[in-house]
Design a protein around this ligand. Structure first.
Ligand code: ZN
Length: 161
């Protein structure tokens, strides 16, 4: 069975940066996604199309087919008093925030002083070339319910809100 629209794909993958540092990996068959529904970055989804269980591939994905280009306008200084008064704010900490368009996003603290905290709303992997080593572990038909929901359900069925 080949990977195409509405297949559930189980993958082992390793994601590395340009220097070969491992950023993320899943090697135990625990990662599965519904193909063709934008559940993974577009460049990887495109490369996986047509592959079958047991096949491996090295895929390099440019930022525009990955997590997008970096946008410096998403780096903003916000008032310190938007954070709990007793909290220590340190670079690298991440918070959930809401964009001006009302979308929820994760921001990363990049600096702070007594009055302001500088946060970066770019995805941590934006602007990066992504190097995936993938092995297709399993390909199966999605259930009607999975297709309706646009995502994979676990072996024990429906388990989300
Ligand atoms: Zn669901």
């Amino acid at each position: 069975m080949q990977i195409e629209q509405h297949k559930v794909v189980t993958l082992n993958y390793t994601l590395k940066d340009d220097e070969g540092n491992v950023i993320d990996q899943s090697q135990d068959g625990s990662f599965a996604y519904l193909h063709g529904m934008n559940n993974i970055v577009p460049g990887l989804e495109k490369a996986l199309s047509g592959m079958a269980a047991g096949q491996t591939r090295a895929v390099s994905v440019p930022p525009e087919e990955g997590y997008g280009a970096r946008d410096d306008s998403r780096v903003q200084a916000v008032p310190r008093d938007m954070f709990p008064a007793d909290s220590r704010i340190e670079p690298g900490m991440q918070f959930h925030a809401e964009s001006s368009e009302g979308q929820s996003l994760v921001v990363t603290v990049v600096g702070s002083d007594s009055d302001t905290v500088t946060v970066d709303g770019n995805h941590p992997l934006s602007g990066m070339q992504l190097h995936f080593d993938v092995k297709v572990v399993d390909v199966r038909d999605a259930t009607r319910e999975e297709i309706d929901h646009g995502h994979v359900h676990g072996p024990e069925g429906h388990h989300h809100d």
